[in-house]
Design a binder for this molecule. Structure first.
Ligand code: SR1
Ligand code: MG
Length: 446
């Protein structure tokens, strides 16, 4: 029997992941939440000061955070602007009664650095990170706006689908066992595994609470009261959701963003940036795709609620469905090309496929089909949680008539249920778009 040669050289990839610092204790001693004036005093002694330029008394600060968790300020100096994000020791949306560890800033900056290596230019550049203050100062994205807001206004972004499909393909491929050796991948996994508090939010808010009588849940009432009771009694749906939750808990395929909804994407007509990866961990690749697909479908179903006599939004709604199919195709094509050209990992060893391209294609088909079904299931779960759970989407919330909103939401619940339960029956992404069209035309809002 041959002996294995021991190799003591540490591969470059492993050096990178080993150099990532472990997460800090949850509330470091020197931490304090910074108001606008304190933020200026703080920034003046950091590398951000030289970037902002001029005298700190001339800097303009605005707190702009409209997310669920953190403080976010825009600081503008004579030379440049910065976005400064600071974690709070609690969930901002709920208040101090829901404590949340500050180490989410640690995972966010680790993920931003990792994503920047694989998807150059698609994430904001970090200018300064302070572990103790749980604070990240980043390049200000301007004139970008949050994609969700642009889509509520009916604005088209011609490059968004290509950019996001490629972003997911590249960040997931290069952090998967297809690109990394098992040792390196496990080191990466270890670095993000302590991000348990943020994963628990997803486990509870996406996969558990919407199906129970839970304090956090809310919905358009009384219009959806009976729908909610039906959901809680829906045995096949609850079993399928438990299966998806298990995939979320166990399938550590790649480093994923973990919260890639349309509020985590900033756009202009020719640029796309992905922000806010504080939920990052090694999880199923389909989860990020599902977040994008589910949020596009919610926006599609909400369009009648934003229609006016001048702008019925019918063409725009079709544009939204087109983006859905393009995101999937960009991802699928991009991932396949990377696998064929850049494979270096321990999964699906190249030696099996070197002289058998047909076998490689078949292995890729099977892998990507599994990602597709996961993505549809997660998309459905994410649609349902945004209608009956704690955190809702402004796509629907901003529909002023409760009756119209409830009808759009009921369509979302029906489509979400179908994606969760029948995910293996959709032959391709076009059939998902067709199902959305069918539901919207069968139950048009008033
Ligand atoms: C309590 S946090 C609620 C939601 O906000 C984030 O964006 C995540 O989607 C989370 O589930
Ligand atoms: Mg966020």
């Amino acid at each position: 029997m041959g002996t294995r040669a021991a190799s003591f050289a540490i591969p470059t990839q492993l050096c990178w992941y080993l150099s990532m610092q472990p997460a800090p204790p949850s509330t470091p001693k020197g931490y304090r939440a910074l108001g606008e004036r304190e933020l200026v005093a703080y920034l003046r002694s950091t590398p951000a000061a030289a970037i902002l330029g001029g005298d700190p008394t001339s800097w303009r600060v605005r707190e702009v955070g409209d997310g669920n968790l953190n403080l976010v300020s825009i600081v503008e100096g004579p030379s440049c602007g910065l976005a400064v994000k600071q974690a709070l020791p609690y969930v901002r949306l709920v208040g101090e009664s829901w404590p949340l560890p500050l180490d989410r800033a640690h995972f966010e900056q680790l993920a931003l650095r990792e994503q920047a290596r694989h998807a150059t230019g698609r994430v904001p550049r970090i200018v300064h990170y302070d572990e103790e203050m749980a604070l990240i100062a980043m390049e200000l994205l301007s004139p970008h706006i949050i994609l969700r807001r642009g889509m509520i206004e009916g604005i088209r972004y011609p490059l968004f689908a290509e950019h996001i499909g490629q972003f997911i393909a590249r960040t997931s491929f290069y952090t998967s066992d297809l690109a990394l050796s098992a040792a390196v991948k496990k080191t990466l996994w270890t670095r993000f595994a302590p991000n348990t508090a943020l994963c628990k939010i997803t486990e509870d808010l996406v996969f558990t609470e919407p199906y129970l009588e839970a304090e956090n849940n809310r919905w358009t009432t009384p219009q959806l009261d009976s729908d909610v009771l039906r959901l809680r009694a829906d045995r096949p749906l609850k079993i399928a959701i438990c299966e998806l939750k298990e995939i979320f808990l166990c399938r550590s395929q790649a480093l994923i963003h973990g919260d890639l909804h349309t509020g985590s994407i900033m756009v202009t007509v020719d640029d796309t940036k992905v922000i806010d990866p504080e939920f990052a961990f090694c999880g199923p690749i389909g989860f990020d795709l599902g977040a994008v697909i589910g949020n596009l479908l919610l926006n599609y179903l909400s369009q009648p609620g934003h229609a006016t006599a001048q702008d019925p939004r019918t063409d725009y709604a079709e544009w939204v469905l087109d983006q859905l199919t393009r995101v999937w195709h960009e991802f699928e094509h991009g991932f396949r090309v990377l696998w064929s050209k850049e494979h270096a990992g321990d999964a699906f060893p190249s030696t099996f496929f070197a002289s058998d391209p047909e076998a490689l294609e078949s292995a890729q088909d099977r892998y990507l089909r599994r990602v597709f079904e996961d993505a549809l299931g997660f998309a459905g779960a994410k649609m349902i949680r945004r209608i009956v759970g704690l955190a809702h989407n402004i796509d629907l919330e901003w529909i002023s008539s409760p009756d119209t909103r409830a009808r759009c939401e009921r369509n979302g619940l029906e489509l979400g249920r179908s994606l969760v339960l029948e995910r293996s029956e959709f032959s391709d992404i076009a059939t998902v778009a067709e199902a959305a069209r069918e539901i919207a035309s069968r139950n048009p809002p008033l």
